[in-house]
Design a protein around this ligand. Sequence first.
Ligand code: SF4
Length: 355
Amino acid sequence: MITSAPNIDSIEYPFPAKPAVLSDAEKADYKARIKQLLIEQDAVLVAHYYTDPEIQALAEETGGCVSDSLEMARFGRDHPAKKLIVAGVKFMGETSKILSPEKTVLMPTLEATCSLDIGCPIDKFSEFCDAHPDHTVVVYANTSAAVKARADWVVTSSIALEIVEHLDAEGKKIIWGPDRHLGSYIAKETGADMLMWQGDCIVHDEFKAKALRELKIQHPNAAILVHPESPANVVALADAVGSTSQLIKAAQTMANQEFIVATDRGIFYKMQQAAPGKTLIEAPTGGNGATCKSCAHCPWMAMNGLQAIEASLSAEDKTQHEVFVDDALRDEALIPLNRMLDFAKTLNMKVKGNA
Ligand code: SF4
């Protein structure tokens, strides 16, 4: 029986091949074909902030949306289209299917996964929870449908603090999974009794505090924006800590003209739209050397290329693209998800903001 969270440092991630580089003419052809197929199939493209800028632009041009995973799922649920093309990673397709069971949910590739999801397999996580039956299980949205179904609460990064504060005030002890950095940040802010699963996001885990301090010396007037999936010594240097949507808002509303941004660089597309004229600088990672696995861009998000989107719409055999969630699992996963949404209503806030 597992009584402490397993160390996942030894996990070897199956990094995917990068999509083929396309010429401008090929890109134009794929875009035209995708636009036509979306109309013919009554489909809408929803893209995550971390996908490549041209995919985000295509979602906007075609009446889709660019957002965080929960907002993507809600947009898909509320949009009249019968088919959702989810450009993101697999747990995002699952969340969309959970909220829109009657719709066809397709992904450019079902192989686009997430280190938090891979690092939190349901059998091990469930064993860990079973070993601590007196704890309330709170999981981040970046998990499989099965892990969500095992939880008491699902949270996003924009409401995690409030929910953990609420549970702490009720005297609850908490199992937190899977992101250890986000969990540590919340434990520090709330003082709650939290037992951590030891997962991490390979993108945020690689931001480096020493190099960030050096970069700040070169840009003394820049504000540092940090997503809380980053290590604690990076979060400690931040002028603003928050979810993807909160960081975009910070770039828009803070008076600074320069920002050093510690999250996936895909966010620069929407951040620059929100803060035109301001300078956005990537926070330093391990670089191209030995330790950098992602270099501030999620390799799984990068799988959502134009070719793959076109294939999801045109392939006769959809087995590489269609997302299914078992009905019973969906019903179970909806309970902790709705608990979060109902709690958000009591705070009168719109829940946004997982990675
Ligand atoms: S950026 Fe990190 S949390 Fe987001 S999908 Fe990639 S590995 Fe997962």
